[in-house]
Design a protein around this ligand. Structure first.
Ligand code: APR
Ligand code: PHB
Length: 390
């Protein structure tokens, strides 16, 4: 098989790039390890920044998001029962975020790819990357007993944190930066009315909690748990009881509970791999960086990678200009690190940090007090939360 751009991974990053390139007539193939049903069965976060929503529209996939997604121009931060609102629109000249499940967004991208006859190959096994520093890189994969070779100009590693792309960069070139937090998030999805029309990020002495939503009939809640907790230890009843203890009394009182549709524990991790380009391999999204979910930045750091890569490819194929490709890694990493800083800051601001000394707990409390005493600090929070410009 021969194509211009060989994309490994059919998550939001790979599909979005594939769709944008195809709309410009740039031939590409997406190789995905799992079935479409498996990919769409994963429950992921649900906040899209303004810039990502724009990219969905540019990719001609924004119709359902615009019809069903909710525009949120603020959220709440609670501090041991005291709830204060962050006015996103007021602090950013009218910007907002869209609450729309990443699972739905991935479904829209798959549908758009299918409608255009895009080449998305599922259930590929043993994906391997070859000759990345040559002008003729290629990818191989196995389908049953057959090894298939895909020759391409460029390889895009959009295969998430565990995929083979990042690992194809030699150890003496790749530098990895990682912070693993000493807690995880226990998440529950339930067919209940959300307790609050806007998200509540709640700091409490018992640990952090988040009230989020997918729609007016579908709620998503999280609580901070020790990494040693197992999902079997958490009955639905135990989850609801603990969530209530961590919310302001008025919200706890009106919390609607019900059976969980999905329940899982996810560890919190910050991770960056540098560089994001090796020869003709370009990394994008979770393959190159991970953020803890607290700042709602996961998909949004991927969005700027895709934006830069898309424009770099356009310049290369339409104008013969390789500046965008040459500068991709540095440009992408500059924004990635800002999303890292913000996610780390939101995480350390709001969680109960088990390794803190008393002095650090005091600083953490002061950080929150300062935030709500300063228009400049609130503006900084708001501009990061709605998304820094690409
Ligand atoms: N071969 C082919 N595909 C693979 C392989 C492999 N060996 N390994 C992993 N993949 C696929 C995964 O099955 C997955 O569908 O690559 C895809 C990567 O998708 P994601 O993990 O969703 O990563 P990405 O597309 O970068 O999405 C960005 O935003 O909200 C965050 O973390 C969240 O996943 C989300 C991310
Ligand atoms: C979610 O709805 O899953 C969600 C929302 C905001 C976050 C993290 C997760 O910061």
């Amino acid at each position: 098989m021969k194509t211009k751009v060989g994309i490994i991974g059919g998550g939001p990053s790979g599909l979005m790039l594939s769709q944008l390139l195809d709309l410009q007539g740039i031939d590409n193939v997406v190789l995905e390890k799992h079935s479409r049903e498996y990919v769409l069965g994963r429950i992921r976060a649900g906040v899209l920044e303004h810039g990502f929503a724009e990219l969905m529209r540019e990719a001609e996939c924004g119709e359902r998001m615009d019809a069903e997604g909710e525009i949120h121009d603020g959220f709440f931060i609670a501090d041991n029962g005291r709830k204060r609102r962050v006015d996103l629109a007021g602090h950013t000249g009218g910007n907002s975020v869209v609450v729309y499940g990443q699972t739905e967004l991935t479904r829209d991208l798959y549908d758009a790819r299918a409608k255009m006859g895009g080449k998305v190959i599922h259930n590929v096994e043993d994906v391997a990357l070859h000759d990345l520093t040559s002008d003729t890189p290629y990818i191989t994969y196995r389908e049953g007993d057959e090894i298939i070779r895909v020759d391409c100009d460029y390889v895009i590693g959009a295969d998430g944190f565990h995929g083979p792309s990042r690992k194809a960069i030699p150890a003496n070139v790749l530098k990895e930066y990682e912070k693993v937090y000493p807690f995880g998030w226990l998440g529950v999805l339930s067919r209940t009315k959300p307790v609050s029309p806007e998200l509540i990020y709640s700091k409490s002495d018992r640990g952090f909690a988040l009230c989020s939503l997918r729609s007016q009939v579908l709620s998503r809640y999280y609580i901070q748990v020790p990494l040693t907790d197992r999902i079997e230890d958490w009955s639905d009843d135990a989850f609801w009881a603990e969530l209530k203890r961590r919310l302001p009394a008025e919200d706890a009182a009106k919390l609607e509970t019900g059976p969980s549709i999905e329940k899982s524990i996810a560890p919190l991790r910050s991770f960056v791999a540098e560089p994001m380009r090796y020869g003709n391999l370009f990394l994008a999204g979770d393959a190159a960086h991970i953020v803890p979910p607290t700042g709602a930045r996961g998909l949004n750091s991927a969005a700027s990678d895709i934006y830069y890569l898309y424009h770099a490819m356009l310049d290369h194929y339409k104008k013969g200009d390789d500046t965008g490709l040459e500068t991709y890694s540095a440009k992408a990493l500059a924004r990635v690190w800002k999303a890292q800083r913000f996610s780390w800051w939101m995480t350390t601001l709001l969680h109960k940090l088990p390794d803190n000394i008393a002095y650090e707990d005091k600083l953490q409390a002061t950080d929150l007090e300062y935030l709500f005493s300063s228009e400049a600090a609130l503006t900084s929070l708001a501009e990061n939360y709605v998304g820094l410009p690409f």
